[in-house]
Design a protein around this ligand. Structure first.
Ligand code: SF4
Length: 323
């Protein structure tokens, strides 16, 4: 069996994260698993600068239907409260509809992440009808409401396409409280800086989207860009890496550790192997330091198992944290 060491081989100019925790009398161990996050592949129509997975049109890793069936069987024997489908762009996996229908009866909450442009670029009527039928929460990424910022990070024309898709989702009832169909937005900074307060950002997005485009949504989440993958490469090439890492480490907030998502989440990669979170997946650090496949698991990893960490974990503990 291949064994992996705890702290990632991703060196950064800051105190190792595990050491920083120890200085506060803390360590990172798993609690009871509540969320299953499934990464169905790294193919994406966009190649965003901040992507920690370096997903893009040139990536071909994709979960096949046999692995999806193994993941669904794992979910059936594990009783998660939430199943969260992510990528890449999950919409580009040809078996997404089949997978959603298989997972829908297995958890009270099902979430689908979308970058909006991938959804717009493929036939989506059947997919959205399925999402409505199973009350799948749709979580979309939208870094800014300024075309030059959004298009610089994500590609030309991305803001206009995203807004058109949000309007379409509103038309189907998504984001409208009376319909009970959840439409969330996720905003991340467009450069090497920390996000604004979630509350302020939500107020601004809510006001601007309603006034300028008549768009409504349920909630907005902000997060700090995680220094892995394409974002790490960009930080290094642009000379921002040291400063960004120091900024994250300086904003370390020990109060965030209790609620870190890796404590209650199981992340499954496109090949069916388990990680503590999507960032450890990107760094290649498996859950429990050993490669385990969903098909081998009687249930989720046990509470108390240590969580592998890397210096990118500072992105999760900066300020109000990232859960
Ligand atoms: S990257 Fe964040 S979620 Fe993942 S192990 Fe580190 S602290 Fe936990």
């Amino acid at each position: 069996m291949e064994i992996f060491s705890g702290e990632a081989a991703v060196k950064a100019p800051v105190q190792p994260f595990a050491e920083r925790l120890a200085g506060h009398g803390l360590e990172l161990r798993r609690g009871t698993a509540q969320t299953l996050q499934v990464n169905v592949g790294l193919t994406c129509n966009q190649a965003c600068r901040h992507c920690h997975l370096a997903a893009g049109p040139g990536r071909s890793e994709s979960m096949d239907r046999a692995t999806m069936a193994q993941v669904a069987a794992f979910a059936a024997r594990s009783r998660f409260r939430c199943i969260d489908i992510t990528g890449g762009a999950p919409e580009l996996n040809p078996d997404l509809e089949w997978f959603l229908a298989a997972l829908a009866p297995l958890a009270p909450r099902l979430m689908l992440r979308s970058n909006l442009t991938a959804l717009a670029a493929r036939p989506h009527e059947e997919l959205l009808a399925l999402c409505r039928r199973h009350r799948v929460a749709i979580v979309t990424s939208l870094p800014a409401l300024n075309a030059s910022q959004t298009d610089a990070q994500r590609g030309e024309g991305v803001l206009a396409t995203s807004l058109a898709m949000l309007r379409k989702l509103n038309g189907l009832g998504y984001g409208r409280p009376e319909a009970g169909l959840e439409l969330d937005l996720v905003a991340n900074p467009t450069g090497a800086f920390l996000p604004p307060s979630q509350c302020q950002a939500e107020q601004k997005f809510r006001g601007d989207l309603a006034r300028k485009w008549g768009i409504v949504f349920t909630r907005l989440f902000t997060f700090a860009n995680v220094p892995l993958g394409r974002f790490r490469k960009w930080l290094k090439e642009s000379g921002n890496f040291e400063n960004y890492m120091e900024r994250l480490a300086a904003a370390f907030n020990p109060a965030t550790v209790e609620g870190l998502m890796c404590r209650t989440l199981v992340s499954v990669a496109w090949d069916g192997f388990l990680y503590d979170c999507d960032f450890n997946l990107a760094a290649g650090l498996p859950a429990g330091s050993v490669r385990r496949h969903v098909s081998q698991m009687a249930g989720p990893p046990a509470p108390g198992e240590p969580i592998a960490t890397g210096d990118y974990c500072y992105a999760c503990t900066a300020g109000a944290g990232f859960t």
